[in-house]
Structure formats: C-alpha cells, structure tokens
Design a protein around this ligand. Structure first.
Ligand SMILES: Cc1ncc(COP(=O)(O)O)c(C=O)c1O
Length: 221
C-alpha cells in the first residue's frame, strides 16, 4: 500500500513488544525508499524509522532486491539484536539442538528452510554495502526513478477519476514509491482488475493482500 509507519507508531509497537515480551518481525523490504527523506547516508541522520529503535526484540528482514537492485541473486539480510540472538528459550530444545535463539534461527530454521545463498552473491552484497559505507556508492540515486514514475502514474489515475485507497501516513500524504493503491467509483477490486487488463494494466486486488478494502487494487511501478 506504500503507507509507512511513523516513529510514533513504531514506538507503540516497540513498547508493546517490551511489555508483553514478544518478538517483532519487521519486513524492511523497502528500506530507504521513502524518498521524502534521504535515509541513505550510512551513519548520518535522518535514519530509517524502525521498531529496532524502541525494542531489542526485533528481527529485521532487509531485501537486496529493491534499494540495492540486486534481485536475481536471491539474497537478503536478517538482522537480530545481540540481546535477542543470545537469549535462551528452553522450549527451543524440543525442536532444535540449542536453546539459543540465534543458533536455532540459523541452523534450525533458515538452513533447513532455504536453499542457502552462493558465496559469489554474498561477496557481491558485502561489496555493495562496503561501497555504500565508504561513501562511494550512492544507491538511492539509482532507484529514485521509481518515486518519480509513481508520482506521474498517480497523477494520471487521479486525473481520470480514480482515487487512492490508502492515501495517508497518519495525517501526511503517502510517499511516492514502488506501489500505490487505487479504486474507481462503482467497481469492486476484481471488476476493476478485469477492466484494466483490457488496457494492458496489470495489478492485484487488495482482497488477496489481507486488506478489508474490497474496492481497491495495488498498482506496481
Ligand atoms: C513487502 C515485501 N516484502 C518482501 C519482499 C521480498 O523481497 P525479495 O525479492 O528480497 O525476496 C517483497 C518483494 O516484492 C515485498 O514487496
């Protein structure tokens, strides 16, 4: 939908995770791609808003296929706080060799569930991160184009009677990013999808994304 959680919302989620001692899995697939702010300079504010600022009970999933344009290699990153990584959960022993969260996650879950990633892709991603950290690779410049394309596409839809379904982050208009959500008066999502296909426009209905907005579609750039 391209809505972005605000610091206020992430803080609430982080505080709840601390209070009830639960782990938050944050899918940061589009890290740095809220182009309203430049989050891309390592070590310099502003920083990417994340629940990790408010709790140690986090597990961040960072895709390399979006902001690093490194899609085909099928590599991503999972980032866990040291505290959570080293924490022991006795119940894990029922399924895994260790009661340590990090060990069980890597050798019990990831290793068993994924095909692994070849060394060349790992070296490739490490090199991208190093160049970004050394200030030699300005990865955001390569992908800003998506934001501009989204802006133009949104304008075209709005001019022609469409509405944006999820249009605000708290009170603020949403960013221009990879996706946005559209609806057209009098059409349910699946009806609109069929109609748009005749014009060569493909999308998915919000119905199948778990949304309760049945009139909408998610359009990709
Ligand atoms: C919200 C979200 N999470 C995760 C992914 C998966 O990304 P990857 O290509 O790294 O598997 C995508 C990709 O489309 C996505 O949109």
């Amino acid at each position: 939908s391209w809505i972005c959680f605000s610091e206020k919302e992430l803080k609430i989620i982080g505080e709840l995770a601390n209070k009830y001692d639960v782990i938050v899995v944050e899918d940061l697939a589009y890290i740095c791609m809220d182009f309203r702010k430049d989050y891309s300079k390592p070590g310099e504010p502003p920083f990417q808003p994340t629940v990790a600022k408010y709790t140690d009970n986090y597990l961040l999933l960072i895709s390399s296929s979006k902001v690093f344009s490194y899609a085909g290699q099928r590599i991503g990153m999972m980032v866990v706080s040291d505290k959570l990584f080293n924490r022991k959960y006795p119940d894990l022993k029922r399924y895994y060799a260790s009661d340590q969260f990090g060990h069980s996650m890597i050798y019990g879950a990831l290793y068993a569930l994924s095909a692994g990633v070849c060394h060349s892709s790992q070296w490739g991603l490490a090199a991208i991160l190093k160049e970004a950290n050394d200030g030699n690779y300005h990865f955001i410049e390569e992908v800003k184009e998506y934001g501009e394309k989204a802006r133009i596409m949104k304008e075209m839809f709005l001019k022609n009677g469409f509405t944006i379904v999820y249009d605000k982050d708290e009170g603020e208009p949403i960013a221009d990013g990879f996706y946005f959500t559209i609806a057209y008066p009098g059409f349910l999502g699946n009806e609109l999808l069929e109609e748009l296909l005749y014009y060569g426009i493909s999308a998915i209905t919000l119905d199948i994304t778990g949304s309760d907005r049945h009139e909408g579609l998610r359009a990709g750039i």
